[in-house]
Design a protein around this ligand. Sequence first.
Ligand SMILES: [Zn+2]
Length: 305
Amino acid sequence: MKDLPARRLLLVHAHPDDESINNGVTMARYAAEGAHVALVTCTLGEEGEVIPPDLAHLAADREGGLGDHRIGELAAAMRELGVTDHRFLGGPGRFRDSGMMGTEQNHRPGAFWAAGLDEAAGHLVRVIRSLRPQVLITYDPDGGYGHPDHIQAHRVAMRAADLAADPAYGPDAGAPHTVAKIYWNRVPRSVAEEAFARLRRTAPDAFPGIAEIDDVPGVVDDALITAEIDGSAHAGAKTAAMRAHATQIAVDGPFFALSNDLGQPLFTTEYYELARGVPGGDDGSREHDLFAGVPDEDLAPGAQA
Ligand SMILES: [Zn+2]
């Protein structure tokens, strides 16, 4: 057991790689500033497609083994971001990647999508009550783009935040804790449009094709954005972390592609919508610190991990 720093940030993601794509600069920034940054990943991403030909045998429809391989990729990515606390919900392999919506994998035994909400959330309650984070980051109710594991990660995170705060829940699961602020991952539509225009203008042939804006998770009207984290100082760390997920991501300069070979922008400023809690700014402008407005009494060190 060790005492944790005063500021504590928890991220809940579906698969290894989602954290680096969505939150790489945010995680690197807060880790560099000395905050405690903890990542909970809900599955091993066993159903992912594999980009490098020499690793193609790891795919679930071939020899398998991709989940174990991605444990190593995630660990390497976390080293790039300076994040030392990363865990799998219920332990590695407890919940399995559910595949894309509508596939038979959705309902396979152990699939995260098929898991009981309170059973899955119960694992996260213990993490929340132990680390006592002031800020939680996860997806919006659609999981950003409708992947069943992303939708389920959202549901589990929101449910666990409720249960963790409920004094009547789980007397053996630690003292109740209320997360002060919950953010959903977002991308402002104007930023996405501008970045895709730059991709078409400056690197039209970098990838076999170019993705559509709707392929980018979490794109919404700019007015919904409440916080932005400028990561220019940590763009290199984010890029390196994404490269560490080599089975899933091909990076080319300020752009990247997933296994569909469609180029898309690599965002080095990350955006959020405050879904729960009180915004830190008093003038309605965007926050530039996710801990803004958290009361001093909630920023005491002393939680233990
Ligand atoms: Zn994912």
